[in-house]
Ligand binder design. Sequence first.
Ligand code: NAP
Length: 277
Amino acid sequence: MREVTLPDGTKVPALGQGTWRMGEQASRAADEIAALREGIALGMTLIDTAEMYGDGGSETMLSEVLKGGVRDGVYLVSKAYPQNASRGRLERACEASLKRLGTDRLDMYLLHWRGGTPLDETVEGMEALRRAGKIRHWGVSNFDADDMDELFEAGGEGCATNQVLYNLARRGPEFDLAPELKARSIPLMAYSPVEQGRLPKTGALASVAQRHGVSPLQIALAWVLRSPDVIAIPKATSLAHVKENRAALDLRLTAEDLAELDGQFPPPQRKRPLEMI
Ligand code: NAP
């Protein structure tokens, strides 16, 4: 598994697994657990969840995945609601996530999106959790370039990632956010890397896919993974999708492929506000 380096030198898998919309229905739990376990076996050991997902159901379902010694081989990411971003509430939210997950620490804890809590309070809360050994790293999500500037002004130099919407159809972050993160050696964590399966499977994606003998969405994922400092966290409940996603990491897009994809999905020429799903 190719790895991406966090600012403190820790290496994490470039390709992980998302869990939004998992843990919502008991009848689907066995398939979800099997898909995530298959992904882990294939090296996709970074797993992303949030207290929001399934109202805690995603974390509870994950506790099953992590049993039997699996936990130690996983880089576990969870997120706090903005209303839990103050120091005291962050600690309680983190404890509740740990309990649902059946573990004693998170590898990464993110503020899910920015709310009304002053950023210095959140930074203080995250750093306190880190010192207490409840979390190993912390970061943010859905922060645009100006939010990152404010975060650093609020003492947030310890931020280890920013998880944002980034895929072929959502290239806005390339204009300013991604360069700013790169300058600080902070990897970008791309969510919805295949646009929830809704990318057009015709045109450039189809022709590049045909050249490589893979599916259009594998090309879309390989495109997100083309940068050495981007982590992608596709969500897949189908075993076939899990295997395809792992295989996408090994695809090498050529200059011709990239130019063709740029034709259909042009890079941003000016600032576009960060989008959210
Ligand atoms: P996504 O990963 O872009 O797409 C997931 C959808 O695509 C599922 O319907 C899945 O189907 C399908 N899929 C996956 N791999 C495929 C493949 N190789 N071929 C065809 N279809 C494929 O969207 P997402 O779930 O929104 O994003 C991924 C993760 O990012 C989330 O699960 C969550 O952990 C995180 N996220 C974070 C935020 C945030 O605000 N921080 C927002 C959104 C998402 P099956 O499930 O049927 O296999």
